[in-house]
Write a protein that binds this ligand. Structure first.
Ligand code: PXG
Length: 291
């Protein structure tokens, strides 16, 4: 496997970064996860845009232009002869000293591109649907660490994931500090009620997911009314359908939340319609490359 590391494609065994890298020491950096379907990089422009926005917010200089970053992604995919897969883009503050001061890392920013395969859940889960549980850890407060920043510091989400796993669930429902629904540990959440689609607004402690945006776009095309507003757990419990969206997980039907059946406790018609349209979009859209 070849890894892109600071301008070079190196063998996996040679792809090493310093233990003084502030990405490692403090989670000081940003990342993206991108999917590739049959030599089409889905929503690559949007992912690169969000990477640069995250970096801008934490005052991290990305040593490549957006065009160069796009080329780095495609070159890494080609070097690994991957038609389908998952790309992880990472920009960290780079090597500094043991203090927090990011000025010590100036000019040392680390850029990594990994192209690999990913499968989060078994296929039957997509047919049967998932059960999720609300966990005690609340999503980061936007005024402290805004979830819009896709930073390398994922402990908030990992703590929630651990709580879900300890309770026998694969995924956690995270609330915001006010008790409204935020998102899951690596996915956005949607409810369907009487043919309308609901999802929390992006300003309320949720990441503006690119799959979330793609689903909203698909829904509008399918003439499904969409609403981005605050949701309580009660509103989710009484939904007809529920599903999660994320680049890694794609679209996952949810059939139970906190022990409450959602609708008929099986993947609903609107969810299936959106899943179909999403899979069609992944076959038709994206930045194309040749192997
Ligand atoms: N919310 C959070 C907190 C995320 O990390 C999403 C929503 C979905 O966003 P996109 O743009 O992908 O539709 C994410 C992204 C994993 C994993 O192992 C998931 C993400 C990132 C890294 C790993 O589940 N999700």
């Amino acid at each position: 496997m070849k890894i892109y590391l600071n301008g070079e494609l190196v063998d996996k065994s040679q792809a090493k970064v310093s233990v003084f890298d502030h990405g490692f020491l403090y989670g000081d950096g940003v990342f993206e996860g991108i999917r590739v379907y049959n030599c089409l990089v889905f929503k690559l422009k949007e992912h690169i845009e969000r990477l640069f926005e995250s970096a801008h917010s934490i005052m991290l200089r990305v040593p490549l232009s957006k065009k160069q970053m796009t080329e780095a992604v495609v070159d890494t995919l080609k070097a690994n002869k991957l038609k389908d897969g998952y790309v992880r883009l990472i920009v960290s503050r780079g090597e500094g000293d043991l203090g927090l001061d990011p000025r010590k890392c100036k000019g040392n920013e680390t850029v990594v591109v990994i192209a690999d395969k990913i499968k989060l859940y078994p296929s039957q889960l997509y047919q049967k649907g998932m059960e999720i549980i609300t966990v005690p850890t609340v999503r980061n407060i936007p005024e402290a660490l805004n979830p819009q920043i896709k930073s390398l510091n994922y402990l908030n989400n990992i703590l929630a994931k651990i709580e879900a796993i300890n309770s026998g669930y694969e995924e956690a429902l995270m609330l915001d500090h006010l008790g409204y629904i935020a998102e899951c540990t690596g996915d956005n959440i949607f409810g369907v009620k009487q043919g309308h689609l609901y999802t929390p607004p992006q300003c309320m402690g949720t990441l503006r997911g690119i799959t979330r945006d793609a689903v909203l776009e698909i829904a509008r095309k399918l003439k499904i009314p969409t609403h981005e507003h605050v949701l309580t757990r009660h509103e989710l419990y009484i939904s007809d359908e529920c599903f999660l969206t994320g680049t890694a997980a794609e679209i996952v039907p949810v059939v139970k939340v906190d022990g409450r059946s959602i609708g008929q406790a099986k993947p609903g018609d609107v969810t299936k319609k959106i899943m179909n349209a999403f899979h069609k979009a992944t076959k038709a859209e994206g930045v194309k490359y040749k192997l």
